[in-house]
Write a protein that binds this ligand. Sequence first.
Ligand code: UDP
Length: 328
Amino acid sequence: MKRVLITGAAGFLGSHLCGRFIKEGFHVVAMDNLITGNIQNLEHLFPLEQFEFYNQDVSKYVHVAGELDYILHFASPASPIDYLKIPIQTLKVSSLGTHNLLGLAKAKGAKILVASTSEVYGDPLVHPQTEEYWGNVNPIGPRGVYDEAKRFQEAITMAYHTFHGVEIAIVRIFNTYGPRMRLNDGRVLPAFIGQALRGEDLTVFGKGDQTRSFCYVDDLIEGIYRLLHSNFSQPVNIGNPDEITILDFAKEIIKLTGTDQKIIYKDLPKDDPMQRQPNIEIAKRELKWEPKVNRADGLKITYDYFKSLSQEELHKKDHNDFSKFIMK
Ligand code: UDP
């Protein structure tokens, strides 16, 4: 049985990855320090023999007994509100944490796949974003802690590949959504659906003319699974190119939830990228991958998930207030 270490296992993407690898017959060693992850996301896997969980911060020395075939590094705060609240941990997990996991990969002879991000393109001047674009990032802006840590992560991962011969894969993840997102993580989809379910107005930042392209989680996981099993060691964009403005997205959510909430406008956070759409030609060519789930279907599944949450969960304090943080 092949063994895979998944960091950030209790998070949105990490927990879906754990499920997929269990389904594929792997032994999964899951790690998370639970500062943004939610252990409930893994509850259904705990009874399984081929699943083990360690509450650990991977920015500190990582020890795993036994053999490892693969490492997937998905530990990191990933919403703008999270990395504003915990900037130092955000920097550490993708720099020191990645270094530790690369060392572990080298020691075990394991292949490592690291979760990078469309944020390496910053507020992009090239549209749609191709992997060869180097980006437009403000290193000391509020998003710099995430963007620059992820850029460093790509650099050190590539260095371990060229210098030490460690097998690597780098996925640049664009906006992804689906069940198990945190309702209060500040990201636009849980923010809007949460607001609709609580009967609140939907908060559009700026004029809402900024764009994003949303990928359903199952599509993303499939892309990552294929990338891990390919021989491609350059960064690969995985995302859905179906682009929409945030204002239109708010209207879609209102229609989906069947509520008649109003839209209210708030200040646009500093350095909020104006447009984002992946060019996925490399994924198509190298992985024979492209997204299959359209937004209407994906949103319906996601909405049903949020609707099934308890009232207590729904009314947990929302962190969707950027004004508390230094954004301007
Ligand atoms: N956004 C919004 N209202 C909200 C939360 C987010 O208008 O309540 C906007 C945000 O300014 C950004 C987009 O939605 O332009 C996506 O934000 P998110 O935090 O989901 O992630 P990002 O893609 O910026 O990393």
